[in-house]
Design a protein around this ligand. Structure first.
Ligand code: SF4
Length: 332
């Protein structure tokens, strides 16, 4: 269970129910009042070496940006929701855009406002919309601190239309198993070979636990998906990913496999990641491989086209062997 080292909070969180609850819950934790959760001087001045220590803090504020971004993968809109950042430390995390600004966990207490906008947008639309509410954080992890997911599902279930979806790398799903969700929530479990979880996805749940969690969620009536993400082309990647797909086919229940869908995402990386990781995790493996990767915009790297395409063909073959009836929504 995450116990913050210190809480940085905006004063006006006290005007919100969740703000009051969190201040009460962590009343023993040292607190520092801040003007703006987007600009915390103390965090900005920390060195890369202090990356993990910085993530032991909790930032609580009010979300000011509510802009929905169109999306065409598993949802119609990416929605800024109740948190941003994370207490775990996956070495490739896409939220590490600027480590001292957005990688630590920030919780936003004005959930009523955010939920109202989702329901309003959903009901106004002619078509049935799906809202991705977990693209800025991991909501299953956040839920262990806020209890926001049962609240979200309870409040969304009566909207006349629409669906919510979010991905996770965590297994703490007990809170969600006895909720009347009305089939309106799609939960996607992100998986990787156990060896990669162990060496790269620090602080997240083990593979076996993630598989158990998805089995339980399906039993509880949720629609579920699996993200094989991010695919990292380490030395023996073919063996590792074949084993992973095989393990999924053996350990997921028949109930899950019946209408399970997949998403496959190759890792992208960046100069910022290399700088943070070499100082924060000096003994960890190096995910940047200059033979296999190429530039992709300013300071970003991706696998070279021919290498990536070959890997996609291989993964599709394995998927075809172990999950011939399941849809792969996309490979990117
Ligand atoms: S669990 Fe998700 S949000 Fe948290 S560090 Fe890993 S990739 Fe980032």
């Amino acid at each position: 269970m995450f116990k913050p080292k210190a809480i940085f909070f905006e004063k006006n969180i006290q005007e919100y129910e969740l703000g009051k609850q969190l201040l009460e819950k962590y009343k023993e934790v040292p607190k520092i009042e801040i003007e703006n959760h987007n600009n915390i001087e103390e965090m900005r001045n920390k060195s890369n070496k202090e990356f993990i220590d910085m993530k032991r803090n909790l930032i609580i504020g009010v979300r000011k940006t509510h802009k929905f971004v169109e999306n065409h993968k598993t949802s119609d809109y990416l929605v800024p929701y109740t948190s941003s950042g994370c207490t775990a430390a996956c070495m490739y995390c896409y939220l590490v855009c600027n480590y001292n600004k957005c990688s630590y966990l920030r919780i936003f207490v004005n959930r009523e406002e955010m939920m109202e906008k989702i329901i309003r947008t959903s009901e106004k639309s002619e078509k049935e919309l799906t809202f991705e509410i977990g693209s800025n954080s991991d909501l299953i992890l956040e839920n262990t601190i806020t209890g926001n997911l049962p609240w979200t599902i309870e409040n969304f279930k009566n909207s006349k239309k629409g669906k919510l979806t979010f991905p996770t790398k965590f297994d703490m799903v007990e809170d969600l198993l006895n909720i009347d969700h009305q089939g309106k929530v799609i939960i996607r479990m992100s998986v990787n070979p156990e060896l990669i979880i162990n060496k790269v996805e620090f602080g997240t749940s083990r593979l076996r636990k993630r598989i158990e969690a998805i089995n339980k969620l399906k039993e509880a009536g949720y629609k579920v998906g699996i993200l094989i993400a991010p695919v990292i082309l380490v030395d023996n990647w073919k063996t590792l990913y074949t084993e992973l797909i095989k393990q999924l086919s053996m350990q997921l229940t028949e109930n899950v496999k019946r209408d399970l869908f997949f998403e496959i995402i190759f890792m992208t990386y960046s100069y910022v990641h290399t700088k943070i990781n070499e100082q924060a995790f000096p003994d960890a493996i190096n995910l940047y491989d200059k033979e296999m990767m190429t530039g992709r915009g300013k300071g970003k790297y991706m696998y070279k086209k021919d290498i990536r395409n070959e890997a996609e063909i291989f993964l599709r073959q394995q998927m075809n062997k172990y999950f011939p009836k399941n849809e792969i929504k996309y490979v990117v």
